[in-house]
Ligand binder design. Sequence first.
Ligand code: UD1
Length: 419
Amino acid sequence: MSHLTIRGGSRLRGEAGIQGAKNSVLPILAATLLTADQVELRGCPRLRDVDASIHILRDLGCKASWEGENVLLVDTRGLSGCAVSEHLMREMRSSAIFLGAILARCGQAELSYPGGCELGPRPIDLHLSGLRDLGAEIDDAGGVLHCKAPRLKGREIVLSLPSVGATENLMLAACGAGGITTIVGAAREPEIVDLQRFLTACGARVSGAGTSTVSVEGGRRLHGCTYTIMPDRIAAATYLCAAASAGGEIFLRGAREEHLSTVTAVLREAGCSIRSDEKGIACACRDRLTAVCPVRTAPYPGFPTDAQAILMAALLKSRGATVFEENLFANRYRHVDELSRMGANIRVFGRVAVVTGVDALHSAPVRCTDLRGGAALCVAALAAEGETSVREIGHIDRGYQDLAGDLRRLGADILRTEN
Ligand code: UD1
C-alpha cells in the first residue's frame, strides 16, 4: 500500500499553484453529456474521482482522453447507453450527479443507489423528488433506480435544504426540460456558479447561480466548448492550514480568497497574516496560533464542512480551546482518533468536538479515514516531532492531484512511497 512519510518541524516557504476544483469538475463532466459534441476541459485535475467519472463516460459509449497534463478532451457524440453499472457507481459516491444529465439526454436512466459513504448516510431524496417534479418516473426498488422521462417539463422546484448535488442534478435535468425551471432554496456554492458558466458556454440559458434561486430555460440544443475549471478552494484551504500548522510564509497562485473568506477569517483570528489579490493568496504564520471562536460548518457562504478536519489539525497546538460543530454530515470526526494518536487533545460530544491545544505533537503511524480527514493528518504531521507515516492515502488521491508534491515544493519534508 502506498504511504506518505512526513518529518515534522520544517517551516513552509515558497509558492504553489492551485489545482482545478474537484467539486466543480465532477458535475461539469456529467454536464458534457448534454452536448452531444466535443468539450475541452482545461485545468482539469488528475484525481481518482475524475478517473471514476471518465470510466462512467466511457461505459456510456463516450470518449475521454488526456491531452497534456491537465487538459481533458471529452467527446459525447457516441453515447450509446443510459445505464451506469453498479461497480462504477460504487467507485464514487457523488456519481448520482449523472442521473439528471443522462435523463435529459436520453429520456431514461438506470443507476444503482449510491448508498452511504465514509461520512455517513448519503441520501438523494431531494434529487429524486426534484426530478419527479420535472416529470420523471422513478422506480427505486431493489437498490436500482429506473428512471423514465420521455418529456421533462420545467417548473418551480423548492429544495427543503440547499443540497449542492441536488441543485446541480436539477440544473442538468432542467437543461433538457421544455420551458423554465426555477430552483428555489438552491445551494450557493462557487462550484454551482462554475457549472452555470460551463453550461452557458455550451449555449444553455441559466441564471441565478450563487444566489438561492437558479433559473434554467431548457430545451435548447447545446454545443461543445473549451472551458477552464475554477481553482479548488478546499485545496487552497488545505495549504493555508498547512502553513498555519507548520509556520512559515507561502503564496498560493490562483487561489481566490472570496471563495474561502470564512476560512481565512478564522486563520486571521488564530494569528496568521493573510493578504490576497487577483494573483492569489499570501499567508504568513510566525507565532504559536491562538484558539478561535466556535467554528460551525454550514452551507456556503458558511464555514465549509470540507475544511473542518483540516482547520482542526492546524489548531492542535494552539493556545486555548476551540469548539467545532459539524452540521452537514453525521460521521465527520473519524480523523479525531488518528489525530489523538499523535498526541492531540480532542473530545467529541455528538456533533461537537472540543480541541484543546497541546505543547507538542509526536509522530505515530496513522491511516486516512476519508479524503479531508487524510489531508488533516498531513497538516498535523507537519507540526509533529519525528517521522509520521500516513497510510491508506487512496482517500487523499480522490481529491488532491499531488498533495505530497505541493507540500514538498513549499518546503515540507514529505515523501511518497508507492507499493
Ligand atoms: C457536496 C460536495 C462535498 C461537500 C458537500 C457539502 C461535491 C462532489 N461534493 O456534496 O464535498 O462536503 O457538498 O458542502 O460537490 N441531503 C439530503 N438529501 C439529499 C441530498 C443531501 O438529506 O437528497 C443532505 C446530506 O445528507 C447532507 C446535506 O444535505 O447532510 C448536504 O449535502 P449536499 O449539499 O447534497 O452534499 P453533496 O452534494 O453530496
